[in-house]
Design a protein around this ligand. Structure first.
Ligand SMILES: Cc1ncc(COP(=O)(O)O)c(C=O)c1O
Length: 409
């Protein structure tokens, strides 16, 4: 039996010398851009059509290597490996997931909020037009309340799935995923975990009740702001795993080879990056904690005993790269803070190797009215930080100057 290696080892080696250990082979996976392959005769094309290599929409070498790496990372020790498809975006992975679970007998999907704004918009908008119905449940971002009971109150036999994130955007709250999963399973609903903020080095969602797991590869897993992609993994014990291949082929959401190649290259350093980003983020959360310029610091585990216990239970290996700060001076202070940053760029995404900031009120949550944002705790002073791998002393120095600029401005 092959010894199971650590995720940092398997990702560092992902795609190396795949399938051929002879002399002179490419060390890294070669890139193949072909959209179709040629065959000698009818029996061979017949056989090939059953596989995934014939036509780019079905799969291909580069996407499949990335899938294999993601499957290895998300396989829980002692359990059967999930099945996976890499997709053209994180949104495409959610689209694929929803089509796998929703149908006429179970048309409703419960979305646990706060969550990425595109999730409920996709499910209620384009998929709503096709008959999917969406209910939302707002969980308190302060780690309080019984998350299982709060979600259970909206569940019923018409619910196909509950969609939940582990760490929420933009208030960086922590959801009790196992409790919500148990409530969903009680009514026979599937659990779709969007684990984008919690790469598998920090949190393996299948170990905590997920049936389907999504990542936007665009963020930490690819990690260099040059790829748009996603991945959907389905527990092979779940019935939806049987029709994943057929749906993916028909929907045409496959990730393009060059993006898959780039994402695999990024993934090879992801374990190291995520570890360092998490350490830096925890250090910055402590650095921000006693700053008079701030109304609040949002980071998993900092909101009292319940939140700390949940963080200890769900994220023992690190609490992630994302944190938010709420500036006393509101929108003007946020503008001055962002202008006061020297090398840290304002960019409406996350997960880059370098630290970036974003402003939720005018990016991820711009579609909401000021009143709706206020109700969710998304103030005009809120700045979200995606922490990178830079030296912590430089990050502290730069944020220190920006805070001083914010209070002056
Ligand atoms: C938590 C989360 N899920 C999903 C997505 C969608 O990913 P993509 O932009 O790759 O479609 C995002 C994008 O910001 C996100 O933050």
């Amino acid at each position: 039996m092959t010894r199971r290696v650590h995720p940092s080892t398997s990702t560092a080696r992902a795609g190396l010398g795949v399938g051929d250990t002879g002399d002179g082979v490419d060390l890294v996976a070669p890139l193949s851009l072909a959209s179709v392959r040629a065959y000698a005769d009818l029996p061979s094309v017949d056989e090939a059509m059953e596989g995934r290599n014939t036509y780019r929409r079905y799969g291909g070498g580069n996407p499949q290597r990335l899938e294999e790496a993601m499957i290895e990372l998300e396989t829980v020790a002692g359990r059967t490996a999930p099945v996976a498809r890499v997709t053209s975006s994180g949104q495409a992975a959610m689209l694929l997931a929803a089509t796998l679970v929703a149908g006429p007998s179970r048309p409703r999907i419960v979305v646990v909020r706060p969550c990425y704004g595109g999730t409920d918009s996709l499910l209620a908008g384009p998929l709503g037009n096709l008959g999917v119905r969406v209910s939302t449940v707002d969980l308190p971002a302060d780690g309080g309340g019984n998350h299982g009971e709060l979600v259970a109150a909206t569940l019923g036999p018409d619910v196909a799935a509950v969609v939940i994130e582990v760490i929420t955007n933009p208030l960086i709250g922590l959801n009790d995923v196992p409790a919500v999963a148990a409530a969903a399973h009680d009514v026979g609903a599937a659990v779709i975990v969007d684990s984008t903020f919690t790469p598998p080095f920090l949190f393996q969602a299948f170990a905590h009740g997920a049936d389907l797991v999504i990542h936007s590869l665009t963020k930490h897993l690819a990690g260099h702001s040059d790829v748009c992609g996603g991945v959907l993994l389905v527990d092979s014990e779940h019935e939806a795993s049987d029709w994943l291949d057929a749906h993916a082929r028909l929907l045409g959401v496959n990730l393009a080879p060059f993006d898959a190649w780039l994402a695999l290259r990024g993934l090879r350093t992801a374990a190291l990056r995520v570890e360092r980003c998490s350490e830096n983020a925890a250090a910055l959360a402590a650095f921000f904690a006693d700053r008079a310029e701030l109304r609040a610091v949002h980071y998993p585990g900092v909101r009292g005993a319940g939140d700390a216990a949940l963080a200890e239970r769900l994220l023992p290996r690190g609490r992630g790269a994302m944190l938010s700060i709420d500036l006393q001076g509101g929108g003007n202070a946020a503008d001055a803070f962002i202008r006061g940053l020297d090398g840290i760029r304002l960019a409406p995404s996350l997960g880059d190797v370098a630290t970036t900031v974003s402003y939720p009120a005018s990016t991820s949550h711009r579609a909401l009215s000021p009143q709706q944002r206020a109700a969710l705790g998304i103030t005009d002073g809120l700045v979200r930080i995606s922490v990178g791998i830079e030296h912590i002393d430089d990050l502290k120095a730069e944020f220190d100057s920006a805070l001083i600029a914010a209070s002056a401005g």
